[in-house]
Design a protein around this ligand. Structure first.
Ligand code: FAD
Length: 376
């Protein structure tokens, strides 16, 4: 493992989740002197390995938002990357199903929203057609998204890390950034409470669930800037025997999109998992609450009425780094170079919840363009 024996870098990236890794690889194509710091002993041990691994089409997000544009661009880039670099993926397609008449209107609204976002391949289906595609699914109508798929996120992250390393990025693990200070020329970064220090012209904060705390380190008032994260947990249950479905199946989303509703995803091994739900929590605790079984079952039975009541077992969970608090309106990704706050070269990525995995390659390009402007 590399150590930080050199004390000056042009660019330092904090956090080796899928976002930090994609940014590291992308920056390493243009710039020579890039450092990637990760507090854990390996990459991708937090939110990037605790998600549904769905390549989203870009249906749900407000028109003109970064979530919408980076999801649509990122989805295309991700499929290309998978094909070129032999990363396992499958274009499963996805069905969003209405189970009562009020929800059919919501499907039409989603179709319109998706079109504004440039997602032009959705098909509105009758309940009969949904039934012919998925005999076990109950629906009065459905929206088919053919370009939704699934990916092996672990293989993606490994490929990004290898790509970055091959291009000369120095990756250092067990290195928690504990303080930062701008001296008017460079950002001084303290690692592991003073065990080492480095200086960097550019800093990319891609610290996921800790990105608000890292943003506060050089003196940003995260409450004033609206960067304070709220943790929103999503539990999953798996089903055995698995329902026989070929598409991902989603209910109509919650009104304020805290989550997309308890949906059925399929992994590349064909296993069906249900979730995630959305529960705001105070702490990071990755235990799945078994007591939610009946609530999960209630949601799932609306669209998969044949699911056996005793087939669900607790599976895994993830925690969303959300800017949107309970009952609040949807918030966009923050991707911001902070010259306006007197911190030139400091780039914050905060609130990178779903569709962050789908958007990672597009986020990386966006960040690379910001860095190009700083480096001149
Ligand atoms: C339940 C759930 C389901 C989801 N499903 C999907 C989906 O199907 N499709 C999709 O596109 N997106 C999905 N997402 C979103 C996606 O998982 C995230 O957007 C993405 O993983 C964020 O990656 P990241 O690199 O920003 O964060 P992380 O993976 O959390 O990485 C951040 C890294 O920073 C490190 N770090 C933190 N603080 C420090 C520090 N001080 N010093 C050094 N290192 C530090 C952490 O250890 C961590 O490794 C889902 C998210 C959740 C929670």
């Amino acid at each position: 493992m590399a150590s930080v024996d050199k004390h000056h870098f042009d660019i330092t990236i904090i956090g080796a989740g899928v976002i930090g890794l994609a940014v590291a690889e992308e920056l390493s194509r243009r710039f020579k002197d890039v450092l990637l710091l990760e507090k854990n002993e390996s990459h991708g041990q937090e939110t990037s390995s605790r998600n549904s691994e769905v390549i989203h089409a870009g249906i749900y997000y407000p028109e003109g938002s970064l979530k919408a544009s980076l999801c649509v661009e990122g989805r295309k880039l991700l499929y290309e990357t998978c094909e070129k670099r032999d990363i396992p993926f499958r274009r499963t397609g996805k069905l969003i199903v209405a189970t009562k008449p009020e929800e059919e209107e919501a499907l039409e609204a989603l179709l319109g929203k998706a079109q504004l976002n440039g997602v032009d391949d959705l098909l509105l289906l009758s309940g009969r057609v949904v039934h012919s595609l998925e005999p076990e699914v109950f629906a009065s109508a459905g929206l088919l998204s053919p370009s939704t798929g699934i990916i092996d996120s672990h293989r993606l992250m490994r490929a990004l890390l290898i790509g970055a390393s091959d291009n000369g990025v120095t990756s250092v693990f067990r290195s928690c950034v504990t303080a930062a200070h701008y001296d008017g020329d460079r950002h001084e970064i303290e690692i592991n409470d003073g065990e080492s220090r480095i200086a960097s012209r550019v800093v990319i904060n891609s610290a996921g669930l800790q990105s608000d705390r890292v943003a506060a380190m050089p003196g940003i008032d995260v409450d004033l800037e609206g960067y304070r994260l709220k943790l929103c947990k999503g539990d999953y249950f798996s089903a055995s025997p698995s329902p026989r479905i070929r598409h991902l199946v989603y209910p109509v989303p919650m009104p304020k999109h805290e989550g997309l509703g308890v949906h059925a995803t399929i992994d590349l091994g064909g296993r069906v998992r249900f979730g995630p739900d959305a529960e705001y929590v105070d702490d990071i605790d990755y235990r799945v609450d078994e007591g939610k079984r009946d609530t999960f079952l209630g949601s799932i039975l609306t669209y998969l009425p044949l699911l056996a009541k005793d087939s669900l077992s607790p599976d895994m969970c993830g925690i969303r780094p959300k800017l949107q608090g309970p009952g609040e309106d949807i918030r966009d990704f923050v991707i911001s170079e902070e010259s306006r706050l007197g911190l030139p070269g400091w780039v914050n990525l905060v609130g990178i919840e779903s569709p962050g995995l789908t958007a990672c390659m597009a986020i990386a390009k966006h960040v690379s363009n910001l860095v190009q402007q700083i480096m001149g």
